[in-house]
Design a protein around this ligand. Structure first.
Ligand code: CTP
Ligand code: MG
Length: 221
């Protein structure tokens, strides 16, 4: 099975703040983005890695056969679609992984590849510990059963045709999903959920980077 990995890295990191988008800040001495790119690049099950970066940065990238860069879009979903279009259709499976999750587990990734190969799509997710309310303004409207909720992580793996169809239909329907699994589900595909990992957190706020630095320091101590 041929595997493409798409890494959306064209965000501005508005919640993180600062001059430089978080995916380019150093973690243990190298840009955050590179932690994921290198891990996938060294993975023997991965055939190609495509990174979506801000258009202005494209001139600074070097294209190789196995690691390519494309201009991202205004939203994460658009960045993923641009990367997928650039890749062409020679892949059986596509994994989409946030540039800002440096601690994904290779074992989980491989299990997701196998599950998506078998079922069409698979993502890692964690049980939710807090009660989640649906609110409007400062009023609770409804409270979904917590036991039914799952907090999605990446890498999310799809059969190529399923991801392509879901992304293209979302554009046609004017729908913006916060992850690809939501779109695949919306268009009738089965998405399996495998156990995620609390370590595979997304670096969203500045405090998350401090946590990541501590983890790296402990790992090398
Ligand atoms: N992303 C992207 N293109 C966009 C927006 C986001 O490729 N137009 C990427 C980010 O670079 C990141 C991943 O999607 O790797 C997850 O997004 P998130 O953590 O929300 O990052 P940002 O959108 O950059 O941050 P914020 O939402 O705080 O602005
Ligand atoms: Mg965002």
């Amino acid at each position: 099975m041929s595997v493409l990995v798409i890494i959306p890295a064209a965000g501005s990191g508005s919640r993180f703040g600062g001059e430089i988008p978080k995916q380019f800040l150093p973690l243990a001495g190298k840009p955050l983005l590179l932690h994921s790119v290198e891990r996938f690049f060294l993975d023997e099950r991965v055939d190609q890695v495509i990174v979506a970066v801000a258009e202005a940065l494209l001139a600074n990238t070097k294209q190789t056969e196995r690691a390519r860069f494309v201009a991202g879009g205004a939203t994460r979903q658009q960045s993923v679609l641009r990367a997928l279009e650039a890749a062409g259709d020679g892949f059986e499976l596509v994994a989409v992984h946030d540039a800002v999750r440096p601690f994904f587990a290779t074992g989980t990734f491989h299990a997701l590849l196998d599950a998506a190969h078998e079922s069409g799509a698979a993502i890692p997710a964690l049980p939710v510990n807090d009660t989640i309310h649906i609110t409007r303004g400062d009023i609770i409207e409804a409270t979904p059963d917590r036991a039914l909720l799952a907090a999605a992580q990446t890498p999310q793996v799809f059969r190529y045709d399923i991801l392509r169809e879901a992304l293209e239909r979302a554009v046609a329907d004017g729908i913006e999903g916060t992850d690809e699994a939501a779109l695949a589900t919306r268009y009738g595909h089965t998405v399996r959920v495998l156990p995620g990992d609390p370590m595979n957190f997304k670096i969203t706020h500045a405090a998350d980077m401090e946590r990541a630095e501590k983890i790296m320091a402990e790992a090398t101590a």
